[in-house]
Design a binder for this molecule. Structure first.
Ligand SMILES: Nc1ncnc2c1ncn2[C@@H]1O[C@H](COP(=O)(O)OP(=O)(O)OP(=O)(O)O)[C@@H](O)[C@H]1O
Ligand SMILES: [Mg+2]
Length: 353
C-alpha cells in the first residue's frame, strides 16, 4: 500500500507562510493532480512529499509510514521535473541506469530494469543514442525512465510536459495516462494546465495561495464547483461570470439587458449583488435586438468560440458549432437553461445552493 496522507502540513520560508495547513488523502494507485495558478504552492507541496523541502509543521505519511523527517532516498518516491537534465555524454541506456549503478546494483540487474522501462516507454530503438540525438518528447521519456527503474511506490511529476510543444504535449499526456494504467503506482502530478488536470486525474486538488480550494474527481469539480475560483479554473473556455442583482426573488442580469433568471438556489436578500456563472457550452445565440454583439470568432474546426461584449463591458464567450455563422458584429440574445446557471455570492464568491 502506498497511499499518501498529508496532515496539517505547513511550509514557512522565514516569516512567509506559503502552505497553510493542508490536509489531503491520496489513495494507493491513485493519479492525483495538483492544479492552481503560478505561485500557489504546487511545487512546494510536491517537493515536501519528495523530501526536497523541509516540512515546517504537520505530518506526511507514505504507505502508512511517517516520512516527515525521512531522507528523500528513504521515501520510496521518484520525481520527474520540467527540465529533465540528462547527462549529455551518456547514452539513453546509461542515463536510465546511472542511479542504480551508483547504488551498486549488479550490471545484469541494471540492464534488466532498464530494458523493462525502455519497453514500457517504447525507447528500445534509442537505447544507444545520446540525448542530443533525441526529440524533446523522447528526452522526457528517458527522464521518466530514470524514475521507473527505481521502482518507486509513488511517482512525483512537476510540470513534466511544459517544455514540449503543443502537439507533443498531447502525445505525452496520453503516454503518461498509459504508464499509470500499466504500472498502477500512486502518482502525484503538478500542472497549471487545467486540460491536463481534467484528462489525467482520478482526483484533482485545486490550490490557491497555499490552501486547498476543493478536491474531487474532474467531473465533480466541473459539475459541482464550490466557489467561483474553482468554477473559473476548471473547464475550457472558462466559465462566464456576469454581475447580477436579486430582484423580485429572481436574478436580474444587468449585462444581458436586465434579463430575469429564475433560480432555485437560496438567494440573498432583495437588492443584493450576486454573480451568475454560465459555461460557454450551455449558451446558445440568436439574432435579436440587444446590446450584446459578437466581436470576435475563433474557429477551431468542430467548434467555434464567439466572444461577445455587452453594454456593461462584461465579456462573454459562447461555444458554437464550427459551421454556424451569425456574422460578426450582429446583435444577439443569449438563451440558456436557468438550471445550468450557477449563482455565486458577490462578496465571498461561495456558490449559492
Ligand atoms: N526558497 C523560497 N523562499 C521564499 N519563498 C519561496 C521559496 N520558494 C518558493 N517560495 C514562494 O512560495 C510560493 C509557492 O511557490 P511554488 O514554487 O510552490 O509555486 P507553484 O504553484 O509551483 O508555481 P508555478 O506554477 O509558477 O511553478 C511562491 O509565492 C514562492 O514565491
Ligand atoms: Mg511550480
Amino acid at each position: 500500500m502506498s497511499g499518501v496522507i498529508l496532515n496539517q502540513v505547513i511550509k514557512r520560508y522565514g516569516d512567509a507562510k506559503v502552505i497553510h495547513g493542508v490536509d489531503l488523502e491520496i489513495e494507493d494507485g491513485e493519479f492525483c493532480v495538483f492544479v492552481g495558478p503560478s505561485g500557489c504552492g504546487k511545487s512546494t507541496l510536491l517537493r515536501m512529499v519528495a523530501g526536497l523541502e523541509e516540512t515546517s509543521a504537520g505530518q506526511i505519511s507514505i504507505g502508512g509510514r511517517d516520512v516527515t523527517r525521512a531522507d528523500p532516498a528513504d521515501r520510496g518516491v521518484a520525481m520527474v521535473f520540467q527540465t529533465y537534465a540528462l547527462y549529455p555524454h551518456m547514452t539513453v541506456e546509461e542515463n536510465m541506469g546511472f542511479g542504480l549503478k551508483m547504488n551498486g546494483m549488479p550490471k545484469a540487474e541494471v540492464a534488466r530494469k532498464v530494458g523493462k522501462a525502455a519497453e514500457i516507454l517504447q525507447l528500445g530503438p534509442y537505447l544507444k543514442r545520446k540525448p542530443k540525438a533525441l526529440s524533446g518528447g523522447q528526452r522526457q521519456r528517458v527522464a521518466i525512465g530514470r524514475a521507473i527503474v527505481r521502482g518507486p511506490e509513488v511517482f512525483l511529476f512537476d510540470e513534466p510536459l511544459s517544455n514540449l510543444d503543443a502537439e507533443l504535449r498531447v502525445d505525452m499526456r496520453v503516454e503518461i495516462a498509459r504508464l499509470h494504467k500499466e504500472i498502477g503506482a500512486t502518482m502525484i502530478y503538478v500542472t497549471h494546465d487545467q486540460v491536463e488536470a481534467m484528462t489525467l486525474a482520478d482526483k484533482i486538488v485545486v490550490l490557491r495561495a497555499g490552501k486547498i480550494e476543493q478536491v474531487g474527481t474532474p467531473m465533480q469539480l466541473y459539475q459541482n464547483p464550490g466557489n467561483k475560483f474553482v468554477a473559473g479554473f476548471i473547464g475550457s473556455p472558462s466559465m462566464n461570470f456576469l454581475n447580477g442583482v436579486v430582484k423580485d426573488g429572481k436574478v436580474c442580469v444587468t449585462a444581458l439587458d436586465n434579463r430575469m433568471v429564475e433560480s432555485t438556489v437560496a438567494l440573498p436578500a432583495e437588492g443584493q449583488s450576486v454573480i451568475v456563472g454560465l459555461r460557454p457550452q450551455n449558451i446558445t445565440v440568436r439574432e435579436a435586438e440587444s446590446t450584446v454583439s459578437i466581436e470576435i470568432r475563433e474557429r477551431l474546426g468542430g467548434v467555434a468560440y464567439d466572444y461577445m461584449s455587452t453594454s456593461t463591458k462584461e465579456r462573454i464567450v459562447v461555444e458554437t458549432k464550427g459551421d454556424e455563422a451569425i456574422p460578426i458584429g450582429t446583435n444577439v440574445a443569449l438563451d440558456f437553461d436557468p438550471a445550468s446557471a450557477m449563482v455565486f455570492d458577490a462578496e465571498t464568491e461561495a456558490r449559492l445552493r
